[in-house]
Design a protein. Sequence first.
Length: 246
Amino acid sequence: MAAPTDPTELLRPLLFERPLALCDESKAEQFVTGGTLWLPPNAREDARNALVRLKASRDVPTNAKIHCRVLFSGEARRRSPFAHFAPEDVHGFVEECARLMQNLGGGLWFSAWIDQTRYPRQLQIVDGPPFDVSEKHLAGLACFAAIANLQHRQGATYELAFDTDRTKIDWGLARLQATHFARVHSNAIALPSDQTCLLDMADICAYASAQALLASNNRHNKKTVRFVEQVKAMNIHTAEFSYQRA
């Protein structure tokens, strides 16, 4: 006679998460970028645990925020939990973060970029008054474009989390938060506190994309050249968000 089924097995809930898209922005000189990481269903906990293990292996507190602007600035890094990192350690750490996300059953990267020098300095929405276009306006637009780039390739069935910028800026018709276009997205969610570290991975995508653009624009900039190879290794699907007059 077959052994009875363990009742605890029957009581375990069957969890199925939708794919998760994470979004953040960055900037390098005139280039403003939005970066997104797409994680497949049920990969969130594995992704979080992988980051915890990586930090522990590098003597970094598990709650330390991975912010590329800090990591790649010697002055800021010396005041951060990554103070013991040499420049080469920083590159290796960030590259390993990217590899871990890609190895989780198919993490994918998407970005969009705007060249400030080719974008109007003033815009007008419908019949509203004109407003000056700032970097924060462009960051919101770049994030929106990166999300659209992801959705074009992966479809509309996903949940969206993004690093919020609560600064309110003038859009002519109203003063709204800088990331307003992403915030009103129908798929937007608030991540549980133990998963907010995943947003740092979107920062890596946006930062690497911006630095690679800078390297392509100035081949004598030796500090940024390594990011060209990193973007290739991450296989970031990128697109320019440009202004077209109606």
